[in-house]
Every structure is written in structure tokens, then in C-alpha cells.
Design a protein around this ligand. Sequence first.
Ligand code: ZN
Length: 400
Amino acid sequence: MSKRPAAPALSRVIIVPGRIVPDTPLSPISDDKPKPAPISGTVGMFRIFGVPVRLHFTFILLLIFLVFIGVGGQQSGATTALYVLALFGSVLLHEIGHTLVARHYGIQTIEIVMFPIGGVSRPERVPKAREEFWIAISGPLVNALIAAALFAWVLARHQFVPIHLLRDPTDANLAERIGAGNFLLFIFNLLPAYPMDGGRVLRSLLALFKPEEDATRIAAGAGQVLAAMVGLFGLLSSNFMLVFIAMFIYIGASQEGAAVRGRLLTAGVPVRAAMITDFRTLSHGQSIRDAGNLLLATSQHDFPVMHGDSVLGLLTRAALVRAMLAEGPDAYVASAMDRNPRRFSPDAPLSDVLPDLSGPHACALVMDGERLVGLLTAENVSAFILLRQVSQQQARIHAH
Ligand code: ZN
């Protein structure tokens, strides 16, 4: 289950020993825009310019690795820490560059996630081609500026050493190494392949004279080719860091490709066409035990919690398990449910809501005004996309 922010309304319950009783009357779910689920597998969080920054656990592994290979050289422990921190700061400034340029175009950033091959900032909407060009190029430009400033400083102090000597980290060449790191970040991110910024620049340029879907397919394809080349080179030279990076590029490129295929196959289709209409609900007075029994008796994972005809929230399987552990089977479902689940209109374009259903177990309510008409789950949508793909292939076979 993807992690959701804890429902703030949980503070509105009265705790009675051994039992949790929701206060009454319960209000129907609020009209606040539900927040998109954060990327899973992240640890820690802080805010910069109001944007949440999360660290992916693999990024922490990379930091440990960098400190590990840095220790034992000719540099002091403090310099190693400074070097790693400076690179972390450089990647972060790169993402801040994206964030601020996106904000200039009125696009807010949902979150910044730090992955080993760089950060990822998630814009709240897909930018237009022109906007995407400037948003994508701003990150690498930040690294180019940092590199230029540091090299200029090192040159002015006559401390410049040939690049090949930078392999021996010392305290004296710290600034030059940070500059070189930023130069590498600049070059690496501008590779014209998804998911690198260069891939986005390429896509935005291709989109000037090609349909958006074709432009994305080419950029994603370039990413997979690049990943294969980097991976092969890494294997042949026994550089496992490169193999690791190639894996990330490949996964990123495939995800972008899949996202585009999903958008293509759902183009012009309303949410109504893919939603689940045959589903079970819980009443707010029912217990976690009742919910558990329903979970076993049906194939459903998430249950809308109702008060008469109005929806109060959504009880996910993860929340059910959590409540079972923390409060026991006699707790009310209303105390464990998500009070602000994602909601879509049945007439909303399916392709628009796809990004909000990215988690493997994501579930949203389909609401016609205040009336619950269906459920939309990631599983169901992928089944829908699969069926569309198969029927299109069939149509192609029969056309020949
Ligand atoms: Zn970037």
C-alpha cells in the first residue's frame, strides 16, 4: 500500500479505554483537494521554498557508499563529509532550479525526491512543450553555474590541478572536485534521453513539429538505448556503479514509455468507462472486524465508508490492518478510514487522472456530485488498458 498522509480528522475521535468511538455527527468528506500520494520508499522530509523534499532510501545507501569510499584516502573525515554534503546540496539546488522555473509558469511542485542518479521534482501538471524546455534545462544550468564559479575561484587562487589528479581526493583539491562533480552532473543530466533532463529538452524540441506522444516515445526509446549502452560498458569495465545507474535510467525510461502508452490508450475515454460499479461499502457504525470479514469475502481492497447515502471516507486494506493492530477488531471503521480520499468525476478524462493512480494499490472514489457511483483502482485501470491494447491489436490483425 502506498503511504498516505494520516487523516488530520483522526484528532476528532474520543478515545474510550479499549475502544475508539468517533464523535458525532460525522460530516461527509471535505471538499479540500486531496493530496497526491507521495512516492513510496522514501525516508525523512524537510521543506525548501515550501516544497517537501524526501530522500529515497537508495539515496541514503549512496551517501553511505560515498562516505565509505572517501574514508581512508588522503583527505580528512571532515572533508569527506563536506564533499558528500556539497554534492547533495548541488543536486538539491538543481531541483530548486526546476521548481522555481516551474513556479514562474504557475506550476507548483508536489514534492522533490532525491534518488541516487539525481533528484526528481514532481510537477502538479504536465507542462506545455515551451514551458518544459525551460523547466528541464534550468536544473543542469544550475550545476553549470556552480561548476563555473568553483573553477573560477580555484583558478584565481592558482590551485588548479590536472583533472586526472582529482582521482586522489585531498583536502586541497576539494573545491575543484566539487566543481568537477557539478560539471559531471551538468553533462549527465543533459544526455538527450529520458528520464534525464536532456530527454525532456529533446522531447520539448521534437514536440514543436511532432505529436506529443511520438516525441515522448522517441525520448523514452533513447533512454532505453542509453541505459543498455551504459549498462554494457559498466559490465565490461566491471564498474558496478555504472550498471546501477543504467538500471535506474532503464526503469525511468520504461516508466515514461508506459505512462505515454497509458495516456494514448485512455485518450478520449471518461473515468466512467473504467470504474468499478459492482462494489461493497461499509457503514460508519461497523467495526474493523466487519471490515475484515468483508475483505475476506470479496476481492475488494478498499471500502467506501457510508453514512446513509453520503460518503464519509475510504477504508483501505493498509488502514484496516493498521487499525486491527493498534485498536483491535472492535474499533469503528470511521476512526481508521481516510477522510480525504482522492475523488474523480465520472466524466473526467481517464488520461487526466492516471498520474494520481500511480501507486500499485491506489484507489479513488468516483463521485457524481455528492453521489458515489463507482471506484477507480490502479488494478482496474491497468486491466482496462490491457483490454484496450488487446482489442486494438485484434482490430489490426483483422484489418490485414
Ligand atoms: Zn533535473
